[in-house]
Design a protein around this ligand. Sequence first.
Ligand code: ATP
Ligand code: MG
Length: 310
Amino acid sequence: MIETKQLAKKYGNFEALRGIDLSVGEGDLYGFIGPNGAGKTTTIRILTTLLEPSSGEATIGGMSVRAEPEAIRGIIGYMPDSFGVYRDMTVLEYLHFFAAAYAVPQGERQRLVGQLLELVELGGKSNATIDTLSRGMQQRLGLARTLVHDPRVLILDEPASGLDPRARIEIREILKELRRMGKTIILSSHILADLAEICNRIGILERGQLVAQGTIDEVITSSGEKGEIRIRTTDDARACVLLRELSAVKTAEHHEAVQEISVHLATEIDLADLSGHLSGRGVHLRKMERREPTLEQVFMKLTEVAEQTA
Ligand SMILES: Nc1ncnc2c1ncn2[C@@H]1O[C@H](COP(=O)(O)OP(=O)(O)OP(=O)(O)O)[C@@H](O)[C@H]1O
Ligand SMILES: [Mg+2]
């Protein structure tokens, strides 16, 4: 549904995007992750036809952002990273204003606005002015606004930024609901944990380059990050020494506080071989548990590689 081919953007001599190939399928909830300055907003502004690419292609629903910007604007809903200037309007006035701006027929606006307020749970705030809403409520109102023309594609720039954990969960629930309604959604964030739970696919952007893209599992596998094994034994100090003899083991450290050894692997190893190596030397396992790599670790690894090759 959203495709880019070698999409690049220069600001003067500075290369903000260096040839990225995004691929967002119909019905995807796609998380676009990257640290500050990676180029997320630049990409999103190109997709929403607000900014011209320097080279490369971007299409939405098969239409080119360069050739058919008007048609694209008709099928996308865009939530920018800042709210804009409508602070003295009430919630109702605001949504009616955008419904009118998108030429929703007058007779349908009342019902539409009611539905949207219900979706984002702001019915009780209809007559409140926007500047009296909490940040979480404002973000929810911003989401409602992107939906007035019933777009097929939603492009959201950091919809959860600056929100407390509860408000973040509320936004996540709304996004899941929108996906169930069949929308294709791309949202940017630098909060990985937020995206892991709801997105079916992610792309990781680092200094203008897409360093990974796919399902969360695919991204974790392709990163080569092996995660961690936690071990308790009859003699942890000795076990650490023995574990470090194994070529598959990158590090083995004893954590006093939890009385556990944390093992990071350089290459995969059969856990039975690992325990056999210890028991052959008289150290016995009390507990062994594998911890899958977190997205956080994967992200660090991928962006570290990108830095070395930059
Ligand atoms: N109009 C501009 N003129 C010059 N440089 C710009 C302009 N807009 C963005 N940049 C630069 O391009 C790079 C990418 O910026 P962008 O806003 O796309 O990043 P981002 O991933 O959205 O970051 P953040 O997480 O902070 O929102 C940054 O180094 C930024 O300074
Ligand atoms: Mg940004």
